[in-house]
Design a protein around this ligand. Sequence first.
Ligand SMILES: [Zn+2]
Ligand SMILES: [Zn+2]
Length: 257
Amino acid sequence: MNRKKNGAEFKTIIIGAGTAIPVINHSPACIFLKSKDITALLDLGPGTFSKLPTYGIDPLQIDTLFISHLHPDHILDLAIYFMIREYAGKKNGVPVNFIGCKGIKKFILRLKVLFPDILFSKSAMNIKEVAESDFNIGDVRVRTILTDHTRSSVAFRFDFNEKTLIYTGDCVSSNHLEKFCSNADVLISECSFPDKWVTEDHMNVQKLGTLAENAQVKTLVVTHCYPQTLKEDLEHQIKEYYSGFIHITQDGDQVNG
Ligand SMILES: [Zn+2]
Ligand SMILES: [Zn+2]
């Protein structure tokens, strides 16, 4: 299919551009992803589902939930998702695929114990745990790698027909991640901390800018900045290391490719 005739191969909306720390217009992590073969959310930070109507997104039409890791700012709305499946009044929500880091199955079982009144009966779902994985959803090639933020955290790479999108979740810079990001059209990455901030389980400006430059990423989309990071001139800082296009996000921003 000639995608160029039809415009973008994928569309994203940054539902939550932030972290667990409350900041105006920077809600906890969530990204909406839409392509020909996927209608998905990448992570489910708290408040995700209350914001979807703002963007005209019906949660029951989401067919895939990608979960990078099990920290609350990325997964806390999962219980709300199950409530929506039970009580939204529609019987025919599409079956949902969970594609998440190792531990997601156990996490869902624990939710069932914590919330026994939520029946989960309408929650037809397939759960796939991933680490270093490579598979297809329709025409989309999906690859994952471990990111060393937690023992099981993963990043996702989506190869569409001609465009590539990467979402890192929370991550640590490494040669492995750099190779994974090579020649991406769009890299949506966390940048928790400013330039040269010492961190062992997140990105800072220097690490992210260097990785994006070395990987020859075309557009770098920056999310998940802690409040002290948002006070900096991030674009200026990143330009010291990276020569491509930079988009510092806030909630509601759209990135297409
Ligand atoms: Zn996080
Ligand atoms: Zn985290």
